[in-house]
Write a protein that binds this ligand. Structure first.
Ligand code: UD1
Ligand code: CA
Length: 452
C-alpha cells in the first residue's frame, strides 16, 4: 500500500506572539516544518502534502527548495478541515499519515511503528503526560478500547483527569479518512472541524483503533510558545553534543554547545564553551577552539587553534593556522598553512600565503598576501574609494611596518619593506625600503602656548 503524508501547517501559532508563521520558527537552524518534512521523506511516501494558510506564501516560499505538494487552507477552520483540503489530492487505496508542522522531533522509527499497526485500522500515537493541559484526552471503555478523543475545552472535570493524551499524529487508509472528514461537524466548544472526531466514527464503524507510544515523549511535544521552542532546542542540542562526544570530540560543556547545521570532525578535537557552528563546518584533526567562537560554513585544517571570541564565515583555514583571540575572518578568505591572525584583525575576501602573520589591529580586505609576510600592527588596506573596491597585492617575504595604509589598487613587490606610518599610494618595488613619512625634526624655538 502506497503512503501519502499530510503535514498540517496552516495555523498562526498565536501563542508564539510573532508575525512569523509558527512552523517557520527555527530549531537548530532549520524551520520546525523542515524538520518534519525531512523525517517524512525517510518514509518513502508517494507524496508529501503540506497544508499551509496563515502567512500566505511565506511558508511555501521559505521551503521552496523541498519537493512537496502545497495545499492552501485559506481559512483555518480546524484540523479536520485542514485534512479535508488535502484529500482531493490523495489517491484512494493509499495509507495516509497525518503529521503536524509544529511537532518537529517526531522520529521515523516511531512513525514506522505507527504505520505497522494501521493496516485496516486506525493507528493513533498517544502518550501519558502528568500535566496534560491543552491536549485532547483519549477516552477508553472498560475493555481498554479507544472510544473517542475529547478536546480539553470540551472535556468534563472527570475527563480532564485522564493522562493519556492525543499527540495528533495518526495513520489510516485514505478511503475511510475521506468518508470521515466529510462527515465532520462543528458542534464543539471551539466551533471547529476537529480531526479528532474521526476516532469516534472509527469506533462506531467497528474499525480497530491501535495506539502506539513514541519512544520518547520529547518526540511528540508540540511547539506552542517560545518556552517550549527553547526546551526542544536544548534537547536537540544535547543529543547532537552527545553524538559528537561518542565520536570522540571533547566538549568542555555539552550544555553550552550549539550546532545549527552539519559538523564533520577529525580526531582529538577540543571545543570550549559557547561555541556556535552554523551551516557546514569541517574540523580537521587536533583542532582546538576556544570559548565564544562563531563559525559558519568553514573548512578548518589539522592542528588549527582558534582562540576565544573569533568570528569565522565562509572561509578555508589550512593546517597549523593560529587565529585570535578576537579575530574576524569574513567570507571568501583562504588562510594557507601556518598563518597567524591575531587580536582585532579583520580579513575579508583575501588569500594569505603560508607562514604569514597579521598579528594586531589590522584590516586586510580584497588582498592577496604572499608567503612569510609580516604585516605590522594597525595596517589597513584601503580597498574602497567610496564607489568601487580595489585589490592589494603583496609579494612573498614582505615586511609592512606598523600603522601603514595601503591605498588600493596597489602592489608591493616581494621582499619589500614598508616603513612604519606610511601611506602607500603607488606600487612599491621588490627588495627595497619604501616609506612616505616626513623626516623627524625638532624645533628649538617652539614654545607651548600659555593660558590667557
Ligand atoms: C490538536 C488536537 C489535540 C492534540 C494536539 C496535539 C484537534 C482538534 N486537536 O490540538 O487533540 O492533543 O493537537 O498537539 O485536532 N492546523 C491547520 N489548520 C487548522 C487548524 C490547525 O493546519 O485549521 C494545524 C496547526 O498549524 C498545527 C496543527 O494543525 O500544526 C494543530 O493545530 P492546533 O490548533 O495547534 O491544535 P491543538 O489545539 O494543539
Ligand atoms: Ca498544537
Amino acid at each position: 500500500m502506497s503512503l501519502s503524508v499530510i503535514i498540517l501547517a496552516a495555523g498562526q501559532g498565536t501563542r508564539m506572539c510573532s508575525s512569523l508563521p509558527k512552523v517557520l520558527h527555527p530549531l537548530a537552524g532549520k524551520s520546525l516544518l523542515e524538520h518534519v518534512v525531512l523525517t517524512a521523506q525517510r518514509l518513502n511516501a508517494r507524496q508529501i502534502h503540506i497544508v499551509y494558510g496563515y502567512g500566505g506564501n511565506a511558508v511555501p516560499t521559505q521551503l521552496k527548495h523541498i519537493n512537496v505538494h502545497w495545499v492552501e487552507q485559506a481559512e483555518q477552520l480546524g484540523t479536520g478541515h485542514a485534512v479535508a483540503q488535502a484529500m482531493p489530492f490523495v489517491a484512494s487505496g493509499d495509507k495516509v499519515l497525518i503529521l503536524y508542522g509544529d511537532v518537529p522531533l517526531i522520529s521515523a522509527d516511531t512513525l514506522q511503528r505507527l504505520l505497522a499497526v494501521a493496516d485496516n485500522a486506525v493507528g493513533l500515537l498517544t502518550m501519558h503526560q502528568n500535566d496534560a493541559t491543552g491536549y485532547g484526552r483519549i477516552l477508553r471503555n472498560s475493555q481498554n478500547q479507544v472510544l473517542r478523543i475529547i478536546e480539553e475545552k470540551d472535556a468534563s472535570t472527570a475527563e480532564r483527569q485522564v493522562t493519556e493524551i492525543n499527540t495528533g499524529i495518526l495513520a489510516v487508509d485514505a478511503e475511510r479518512l475521506r468518508t470521515w472528514v466529510t462527515a465532520l461537524q462543528t458542534d464543539n466548544a471551539q466551533g471547529e472541524f476537529y480531526l479528532t472526531d474521526i476516532i469516534a466514527m472509527a469506533a462506531r464503524d467497528n474499525v480497530a483503533i491501535n495506539t502506539v507510544a513514541p519512544a520518547s515523549t520529547i518526540e511528540a511535544i508540540g511547539v506552542n510558545n517560545k518556552a517550549q521552542l527553547a526546551e526542544l532546542e536544548r534537547h536537540y542540542q544535547r543529543a547532537q553534543a552527545h553524538q559528537l562526544m561518542i565520536r570522540g570530540v571533547t566538549l568542555s560543556d555539552p550544555a553550552r554547545f550549539d550546532l545549527r547545521g552539519e559538523l564533520i570532525t577529525g580526531s582529538d578535537v577540543f571545543i570550549d564553551a559557547n561555541v556556535i557552528f552554523e551551516g557546514k563546518v569541517t574540523l580537521g584533526n587536533r583542532v582546538r577552539i576556544g570559548p565564544n567562537v562563531w563559525i559558519r560554513n568553514a573548512r578548518i585544517g589539522d592542528d588549527v587553534e582558534i582562540h576565544a571570541n573569533c568570528v569565522i564565515e565562509d572561509s578555508a583555514i589550512e593546517a597549523g593556522c593560529r587565529i585570535g583571540p578576537f579575530a574576524r575572518i569574513r567570507p571568501e578568505t583562504r588562510l594557507a598553512e601556518n598563518v597567524h591572525i591575531g587580536n582585532f584583525v579583520e580579513v575579508k575576501k583575501s588569500v594569505i600565503g603560508a607562514g604569514s602573520k597579521i598579528n594586531h589591529l589590522s584590516y586586510v580586505g580584497d588582498t592577496t598576501v604572499g608567503k612569510n609576510v609580516n604585516i605590522g600592527a594597525g595596517t589597513i588596506t584601503c580597498n574602497y574609494d567610496g564607489v568601487n573596491k580595489h585589490r592589494t597585492i603583496i609579494g612573498d617575504d614582505v615586511f609592512v611596518g606598523s600603522d601603514t595604509q595601503l591605498v588600493a589598487p596597489v602592489e608591493i613587490g616581494s621582499g619589500a619593506t614598508i616603513g612604519a606610518g606610511s601611506t602607500i599610494t603607488s606600487n612599491a618595488p621588490a627588495d627595497k625600503l619604501t616609506l612616505t613619512r616626513v623626516k623627524q625634526q625638532t624645533l628649538d624655538d617652539w614654545e607651548r602656548p600659555k593660558k590667557k
